[in-house]
Design a protein around this ligand. Sequence first.
Ligand code: ATP
Ligand code: MG
Length: 572
Amino acid sequence: MRFSQLIIPTLREAPADAEVVSHVLLIRGGFIRRLTSGSYNWLALGVRVLRNVERIVREELQRAGAQEILMPVVQPAELWRESGRWDVMGPELLRLTDRHDREYCVSPTQEEVVTDLFRRVITSYRQLPSNLYHIQTKFRDEVRPRFGLMRAREFIMKDGYSFHLDEDSFEQTYAAMHRCYSAILDRMGLDYRAVEADSGSIGDGESHEFHVLADSGEDVIAYSPASSYAANVERAEAVAMPRQTDSQDLEKRHTPAAKTIESVASFLGVDARQCVKTLIVHAESEPGLVALVLRGDHQLNEAKASRVEGVRRPLAFASEAEIEAALGVGIGSIGPVGLELPIIADGSAHALSSFVCGANTDDYHYLGANWTRDVAADVRVEDIRNVVEGDPAADGSGPLKFMRGIEVGHIFKLGTKYTEAMEVTVQDASGNDVVPLMGCYGFGVSRMVAAIVEQCHDDDGIVWPDAVAPFDVHIVAVNNVKSTDVQTTAEALHRDLEAAGIAVLLDDRDERAGVKFTDADLIGIPTRVTVGERGLKDGVVEIRRRNQPHTEKLTPALLVERLTGNPANASQ
Ligand code: ATP
Ligand code: MG
């Protein structure tokens, strides 16, 4: 195709709102343009990359035995009421009403619709297992759309759903999808990691995320260099530490104005690791409150805490006024000693002895506190914190290290969450009604385009992996408007390469060579061919790989032979 006939609006400057390199380069390279917050138009180059990602996803899914279908974007509210998610989803779900006042939402995901479809078309165990997917637009009214395609409001997802009669069948498909996602990322040549993950509001079971490794990633992955263990920090299990044994006397100290762990620790001259902090959250049953106790240097993991029995889900912190009313003490001085609330202590906080904690009197703290001797309340020990670097790994190896990743895929075990709520049954071989198990497999097709750029770029622009590049070869015709030789050779190369099935972008614009080279580097097509008068005098053109510094001179005939692998295709 000819550059002059495509709209490729390259820019020299980065857009003001772009914070990450993929956003900058995809805009500067003319791949996408913003419509409104979190939604983008795809221009010719962008669509070609998107279609390549989709093609690879389709091919691998087909290989894994999944069938492609297509489901609607606008979904009736009744189905979401049936599953119980109409209220759970909150403002991320874009809701609308039609002319008859019927309620709908714009698809953020498709469990309800696919389960409804399934119950209408599947009746017998003979039709199982069944693995369905589609590639479709999604809308999620994200709190903070950002990073261009990475966290958009409107985006393109491959979402797939499988249905099974039994656990064995589910496990087989789950493993096949795990292999399928790995194969997709392998074909794109990316550095990625499959990690244990939290399944959020979508399901309650096992799940794995696939992360493309990049410093700009929003997720932190805890991994063990000594083993294959890797988990999203949202999920990574904190291993309980052995109990300390030293024992000091309990001592109450005045700690004026020391409200945070840092200020208490420095005022008392102790390490934050020897202090505990106490957070008050709402209990499952109104109007109860629950105390969560963590070691001073640790952070609460809200997803873990909200799964603990007795804690309200989603997690809700008590307000200052609620705490004052219930406990008669301000937020900075709460502690487990003498507290009249149920306590959930993180394993590491519970392993301390002789610790520092709030004394439940404003501006006072205890030193030398001890769980068994001093805490009367009902204490349950749970894992409610984020792991930190240096912790042991849950598989017994470690110490854990952290790296950043971009979540491009997520596979879940849904169990019977939707099939039960939506009353789906299938008859098994002996005529009994069985509620089928479900799996769910999401892949961020448009986010993938950004993730590739995050990993594949240099100072000059994008360096597309061959598998997804918008074109295979970029012919830069230097001074083509004035030189008939250049024009003829470039056109012949364009024709012969395309005839051999190679996707070619011919820069036939009336632009200076410098502009063309800068654009070629920015756009990042893997192979660049330069056709110029100087080279043609010696009968050669130049070839350069985008990811390599050196160029090579070849006759046009040899060039075609090299790129097509076939001497018969050679230009004259
Ligand atoms: P995240 O934690 O990033 O919000 P999620 O857990 O909400 O992701 P899923 O519901 O599992 O994501 O969706 C499946 C895939 O869709 C994700 O792995 C991701 O690649 C993609 N995706 C999710 N939200 C967005 C978004 N706002 N913009 C672009 N892609 C997205
Ligand atoms: Mg999300």
